[in-house]
Ligand binder design. Structure first.
Ligand code: C2E
Ligand code: CA
Ligand code: CA
Ligand code: CA
Length: 280
């Protein structure tokens, strides 16, 4: 079955409490000693709900650990952030993903590339430079790149966030708010910012499911409607079942992402997956 193709086999490695401190030390040491060439990117398709077409992919970081295998971000992201290594890793990731999207575009596969940006990186001067350098090196059209920011990126210093976003929008890059519904910012607060897309966290799907026993989530629908009123597109995250898909479609979501549609997968699998989807 095409939908199940390319599912990524990441290890949900979670050290026990006693080993957690040692694991964090080990990660910190390895990152400091230059594990940059051990990182890989997997891509999860984002599908339009009206046409079923693939509109883009989200880049998700994995670490090919020499002893532990392929690790999901849970196992190393917070350490990388604390040690300041996440910024150089993301700089590499921006280069790699824009190059990949440009390659795909040359093959006739137009996929918007979404990259997750940490709050710390967003608060630095280097982000704009890193994004511009990646676009320049790859030749990718700026509109094909979307930065996913969490609510905390903008909540801490809204005025600075607005300036930063204005610069990024200035050269055409798209911006999405990630995990919407997990923080405390309101749509009204976000409305003031030049944001094109709202990614609705999967916890809202689960909540809607509980409240309405699989029917249309009223809260979900209200968010989507409000976003639309403001000209903001909505992407439902964590669509795992046919019921989820029906719910987010009825709520009027523009696009969806989740295991039902496609798992994160290696670049080569994205090409095969996209072609199979095209052929129906
Ligand atoms: P996220 O940005 O919300 O990314 C979506 C996560 O949900 C991914 O987990 C993805 O594999 C998972 N997912 C996708 N569909 C489903 C589904 O139907 N059900 C469920 N239960 N999960 C689904 P992953 O790859 O383990 O990444 C976890 C988080 O790590 C991401 O959440 C993001 O916050 C962070 N992350 C990943 N890559 C990067 C990166 O390059 N930079 C930064 N700063 N953070 C990253
Ligand atoms: Ca994301
Ligand atoms: Ca998310
Ligand atoms: Ca999340």
């Amino acid at each position: 079955e095409a939908k199940a193709a390319g599912r990524d086999r990441v290890h949900l490695f979670s050290p026990g409490l006693r080993d957690a401190a040692r694991w964090r030390m080990d990660v910190a040491t390895r990152l400091r000693d230059g594990a940059l060439d051990q990182f890989v990117v997997h891509y999860q398709p984002v599908v339009r709900l009206d046409t079923g077409a693939v509109e883009g992919v989200e880049a998700l970081l994995r670490w090919q650990h020499p002893e532990r295998g392929l690790l999901a971000p849970d196992a190393f992201l917070s350490v990388a952030e604390e040690t300041g290594q996440l910024i150089p890793i993301t700089r590499w990731l921006l280069r790699e993903t824009t190059r990949q999207a440009a390659d795909w575009a040359r093959q006739g596969l137009q996929l918007r590339m979404a990259v997750n940006i940490s709050a710390r990186h967003f608060s630095t001067e280097t982000l704009v430079r890193d994004v511009r350098a990646a676009l320049h090196a790859s030749g990718l059209a700026a509109e094909q790149l979307m930065l996913e920011l969490t609510e905390t990126c903008v909540a801490e210093d809204p005025t600075r966030a607005e300036d930063q976003l204005a610069v990024l929008r200035g050269f055409g890059v798209r911006v999405a708010i990630d995990d919407f519904g997990t923080g405390w910012s309101s749509l009204a607060q976000l409305m003031a910012l030049p944001i094109g897309t709202l990614k609705i966290d999967r916890s809202l799907i689960t909540a809607a499911e509980r409240l309405a026993a699989g029917g249309t989530g009223a809260v979900f629908g209200a968010i989507v409607e409000l976003a639309h009123t403001m000209g903001i597109k909505s992407v439902a995250e964590g669509v795992e079942t046919a019921d989820h898909l029906r719910m987010v479609r009825e709520a009027g979501c523009d696009s969806a992402q989740g295991y039902l549609l496609a798992h994160p997968m290696a670049a080569g699998d994205v090409e095969r997956w996209a072609h199979r989807v095209e052929e129906g």
